[in-house]
Design a protein around this ligand. Structure first.
Ligand SMILES: [Zn+2]
Length: 337
């Protein structure tokens, strides 16, 4: 790779930003925000149908209900929360805050303040910087590779509200009460709807159903979170490269995968590099600027990391110790820090 000083890197980023800005300016509201708002609205509208399907004795309808609720849950909690915390759904600050609270606290049962701090400030601000945005929250070195890859994802719906409550120690009392109220509202209304709309007769069966729908896509969710950064170059805090190099080296795109494109969004699946460079763009806009970004990075001989889900899965199983247990080696880039 051609080494460039930080001045050169600044220029590179400026040039890329200008190209992407031109694409954004030429796009309609529908392309910039409408498509993703429509996907989220459709997912919200499909929720009542999902609860009603669970009333049916017919196994097929019941399965359709579980799949509908499971996919809608991921769409609202992963895609919705992610776009809302980045302010990618609306230009209005007030609505942005409203949607962040709705998607992160009511739907996901997590804390909006910590989601913004951990994801937007740390993970995006210090991508692959060891001890800051290095995805180490996803490491559980005490688990062996098979338990981590196959069973640990099932813990996500149970651990999410518990981690949220633990994080509340660090926020003001008012914020903590709001989060507790909204998280309880989300969890209780899910439970209430299963008893009163879906006709579940016992609290136990309603809780099992909540767990099944909330963990339906938990496996790809956990996998994708580790596949896209871990195993790529990691940097030290005081010698981190300029932004354009940090994102080009430390982020990986997966190919398009229809269910995950819908439920998690392009910015998490096939346009993660674009998302890290332009985090306020919606999923649909990330997809639209993808050819511009990939061509630019290739033109400037910068890495553009891409790999398939299956290849990453195999690599994580075979290099589990190296990627998920041992401390990652620091990459030093001569002339870039
Ligand atoms: Zn993000």
């Amino acid at each position: 790779m051609e080494p460039a000083g930080s001045g050169g890197a600044q220029e590179l980023l400026g040039e890329l930003e200008a190209r992407v800005r031109a694409v954004v300016r030429a796009s309609s509201w529908w392309e910039r925000r409408g498509v993703d708002c429509a996907i989220l609205a459709l997912s919200l509208l499909a929720v009542p149908a999902g609860f009603l399907c669970l009333r049916c004795e017919n196994v097929l309808f019941f399965a359709v209900g579980i799949i509908t609720l499971g996919v809608c849950h991921s769409t609202l909690t992963v895609k919705g929360s992610h776009l809302a915390t980045h302010g990618a759904l609306t230009e209005s600050k007030c609505w942005s805050k409203f949607w962040t609270l709705f998607f992160v606290e009511v739907c996901t049962a997590f804390t909006a303040d910590y989601a913004s701090y951990g994801h937007v400030k740390m993970h995006h601000g210090y991508t692959n910087v060891v001890g800051m945005g290095d995805s180490s929250t996803w490491r559980l070195p005490c688990l062996n590779r098979y338990i981590y890859m196959f069973l640990a994802p099932l813990l996500i719906p149970v651990l999410t509200p518990l981690v949220a409550v633990e994080r509340l120690r660090e926020v003001q009392l008012r914020t903590a009460l709001r989060t507790l109220g909204l998280v309880s509202l989300g969890l209780y209304s899910h439970y209430w709807l299963l008893l009163n709309v879906s006709g579940f007769r016992s609290p136990g069966s309603a809780l099992v159903c909540m767990f099944v729908t909330r963990s339906l896509l938990a496996h790809p969710y956990l996998h994708v979170n580790i596949f896209q950064h871990i195993g790529l170059p990691m940097f030290s805090r005081d010698r981190k490269p300029p932004r354009v190099h940090m994102m080009s080296l430390g982020v990986l795109n997966l190919p398009r995968l229809p269910v995950l494109d819908w439920a998690f969004g392009h910015s998490i699946i096939s346009c993660h590099v674009e998302h890290h460079l332009f985090p306020t763009l919606s999923d649909n806009m990330c997809l639209k600027v993808k050819p511009v970004v990939s061509q630019f990075l290739q033109e400037k001989q910068l890495p553009y990391n891409e790999d398939s889900y299956l290849a990453r899965f195999r690599m994580f199983l075979s290099h589990y110790e190296e990627f998920m247990v041992k401390a990652p080696p620091i990459t030093e880039l001569v002339g870039l820090q």
